[in-house]
Design a protein around this ligand. Structure first.
Ligand SMILES: O=C[C@H](O)[C@H](O)[C@H](O)COP(=O)(O)O
Length: 215
């Protein structure tokens, strides 16, 4: 598993443009991408980071971390996923970094998603859908989700996001229309962001293996 994550992360380096600022996601697969990026750090201007975790790793490698507001639109965003369907729609947020990830994905011209083969599914939903919520809205949002979907929201206790918020994981979904579900959930007050990347899916998916598969 970790070998396929490493192979996916290393393959993504081929998408990095010289002199650019690279958007960097979060997670164990991205950690391999950051390590590979370190080997070419002289060729890039820096990185925009989606989490404190990735910022720490980038800095350890001496890669300059640049504020998104100072960077403008990015040519490339590289990130992992918890699930990926055949339309490159994703579930993300297993590491609670979904909101900043979504912001950087939106700011990027090309989103390259790096996954191991186990992340590929025909229909999203086996992995519980993460939803970042403002703490005071947790119970209300959970009730709304129960009313709106067939899912069961579970509070991810003891987890506080980098933005100071909480996470609900919605179990038992079979997401046949990810764009519609993302839109509907986004309308509930108190939801900061939904870990569905359907309105802005990945552009390229790299599945780690020998050789890696580029979809
Ligand atoms: O919040 C975390 C991110 O969305 C990750 O990209 C996702 O959880 C996949 O992580 P990993 O590469 O560790 O499986």
């Amino acid at each position: 598993m970790s070998d396929s994550k490493r192979l996916a992360g290393e393959k993504a380096i081929e998408f990095v443009e010289d002199g650019s600022i690279v958007g960097v996601g979060t997670g164990s697969t991205v950690a391999y991408f950051i390590d590979a990026l370190a080997r070419i750090r002289g060729r890039i201007e820096g990185a925009v980071s989606s989490s404190e975790q990735s910022t720490a790793r980038l800095k350890q490698h001496g890669i300059p971390v640049i504020d998104l507001n100072a960077a403008g639109p990015l040519p490339l965003y590289v990130d992992g996923a918890d699930e990926c369907d055949p339309h490159k729609h994703l579930i993300k947020g297993g590491g609670a970094a979904l909101t900043r990830e979504k912001i950087i994905a939106q700011a990027s011209q090309r989103f390259v998603c790096i996954i191991d083969p186990a992340k590929r599914v025909p229909v999203l939903g086996r992995f519980p859908l993460p939803v970042e919520v403002i703490p005071m809205a947790r119970s209300m949002v959970a009730r709304e989700i129960v009313e709106l979907t067939a899912g069961q929201p579970v509070w991810r206790e003891n987890v506080v996001t980098d933005n100071g918020n909480w996470v609900l994981d919605v179990h038992g979904l079979e997401i046949t229309d990810p764009v519609a579900l993302e839109q509907r959930l986004n309308q509930i007050p108190g939801i900061v962001s939904v870990g569905l990347f359907a309105r802005r899916p990945a552009d390229v998916v790299i599945v780690g293996g020998e050789p890696p598969l580029v979809l």
